[in-house]
Design a binder for this molecule. Sequence first.
Ligand code: HEC
Length: 140
Amino acid sequence: MFKSVVRACVFTLGFAAWATAASASPRTDYMLKCMGCHGPEGAEVAGKVPALKDSVARFLSVEGGRAYLVKVPGTRQTPLDDQAVADLLNWLLPHFDAAHMPKDFAPYTGEEVHALRAHQLPDVVETRAQLIKALEDKTP
Ligand code: HEC
């Protein structure tokens, strides 16, 4: 009897530790905060949500793109702290689009996210269109 109570406690504590660690992981943050729109695979939802898969890291190679990935409302407005957002992007970019990662990619920091988050994009659709145009001009 006593033994089984102890076992139950150890199990509960173990589970709590696991749950805490898991909620701090970028993958879990993605599942909880982003997957509702972007899906488990970062696939496009035609006419609504652009693909992250095989696409998202391209923004890193044009001016303003690195900032855009933080300022886009899905990232900027998520109820995660700055460091968690940095960790999430540092995980998400190579996870969904390893092929387009610049070789000299410097991971986002919490401070950088903090500074970028302070400014709201006046027109997300327009900013995105300009970045896509810059990408297309770069790779005809
Ligand atoms: C309510 C739906 C929704 C949620 C939730 C959401 N996004 Fe998005 N995301 C979008 C849409 C729509 C776009 C296209 C830009 C725009 O119109 O905001 C986008 C664009 C992006 C982009 C730029 C890709 C591109 O091609 O423009 C990134 C990066 C991104 N989201 C990351 C995230 C992350 C990280 C989260 C979770 C913390 C998240 N999003 C949550 C809908 C969402």
